[in-house]
Design a binder for this molecule. Sequence first.
Ligand code: TYD
Length: 404
Amino acid sequence: MRTCRICDSALTEIMSFGDMPIANGFLTSLEEKEFLFPMTLHFCSQCYMVQLGETVPPEAMFNGNYQFVSSTSKAMADHFQGNAEEIQTRLKNVSDPFVVELGCNDGIMLKHIAQAGIRHLGIEPSANVAEMAKANGVNVSVQFFNKATAEKIKAEHGQADVICGSNVFCHIEDLNSVFEGIQVLLKDGGVLFFEDPYIYDIVKKSSFDQIYDEHVYYFSGLSVAELAKRHQLQLVDMAHQDVHGGSMRYYIQPGSQNTVTERVVEWIQKEEDIQLNDTRGYEKFKDSVNAICRDLKTMLEDIKQRGDKVVGYGATSKSTTLLNYAGIGHDLIDYISDNTPNKINKYTPGTHIPIKAYEEFQQDNARHVLLLAWNHKKEIFAKEKDFRASGGRFITFFPEVVIE
Ligand code: TYD
């Protein structure tokens, strides 16, 4: 029987996705052997944490060749600049503040803190993206964060006024060890804030493609409040973010007597309204995911049968889950256009669809485009105004399959 990584209670399986490849395991050649793992989603009815059953060792994902680079989207760059501004506002009256970011990636957020002359440190386990952060003027330490590393940072720099992390906490299997580190490093009166895809949005939209090897946890206010409590910390605020298809930013402070905002109470109520504290909420989710997969595959098969082709837009990590689970391969998708240089000319994990440069898509006459990077819909629809005006159509699929 599986037990919860946070509180050790028995887990209930919500859904099984079969054998899945690593979401960012883009192949250079089809001869390469792929690493597959049985992907399942579980729920803890004690601490409400939704989590993967099996995980992939972090060394296999976040190695020197990690493909994911944050700074590929204008909207995300703006979002992280906003985060940096929020931190600066918060620290206005603090003398010589110290900011620590866990998983600083290429420095997309921390470079603004560095430019403002604020003492900072980025912790980034992937050597190649850490180099990019350094090139962006950011102080980076290449390591995983835990209690031992927190002790060292504290000895060298003192405690932190702000600890933050975006799309990183959900990746860390031993989250208790990270929170033990936070307990050591976070100043009294300081704040930890982190944001990750929000299980409320995932369930509401059935956007199950957020579920993949790198995302061990799918947080809610319910589960984060419990997690914080275990470490003598308190969830004090929540702010919804319109990125990654719906994310939540959680604000946490040391102690148990802080002022808790009305937003926390409201969000937790909304979570309870859709039964995120009960296995029944997740059973409905599973049924609607399966219905979307059926509808999408049928639509793509119909287009193909008419003799038209479909191309994909954005070789996202999350599309690995969608394409593999729905059984959509190279037979249905000609290629996927992407603007990330190191993804081009590679193949998608498991489904082996070729990835081509955006310029090839621009010269193509494809009329049907599967919007795999659906989280960037606004930005992409603005960019592809002419394509749509000339009759080109995007296929989107959450919360239902639509041609638009
Ligand atoms: P991302 O949003 O990071 O999703 P995930 O976390 O699931 O990987 O990925 C977006 C991908 O889409 C990335 O590979 C870049 C690509 N992309 C384009 O090709 N064109 C665009 O206009 C945008 C916004 C993204």
